[in-house]
Design a protein around this ligand. Sequence first.
Ligand code: FES
Length: 103
Amino acid sequence: MSFYTRHIFFCNNIRKDGKACCAQLNAKVMYRYAKDKCSQEGIMGEGKIGVSESRCLGRCEYGPVAIVYPDNVWYQYIDEEDINDIITKHLINGNVVKRLQID
Ligand code: FES
């Protein structure tokens, strides 16, 4: 059994080459929002949900991006409404949020 039932990683990378990166697109704020929301709702931790930040995930052209394991589902998000949908529909209930999914 996995430590987390689902684990979401938010790219918070800052690119020093001047190219677009998730950090320029509010990724850190949305990561903190997701972490705080999951914590407040008591759904974060062993046997539940993991919320982490990461360096570049290699999908910069779609940023800001996040990926959910073990489902291997990529998301492009914009705001708190998007994060709420990912948390409620996918992380908790296992349903992919198609409107935000990228290949
Ligand atoms: S900077 Fe976020 S995927 Fe590369």
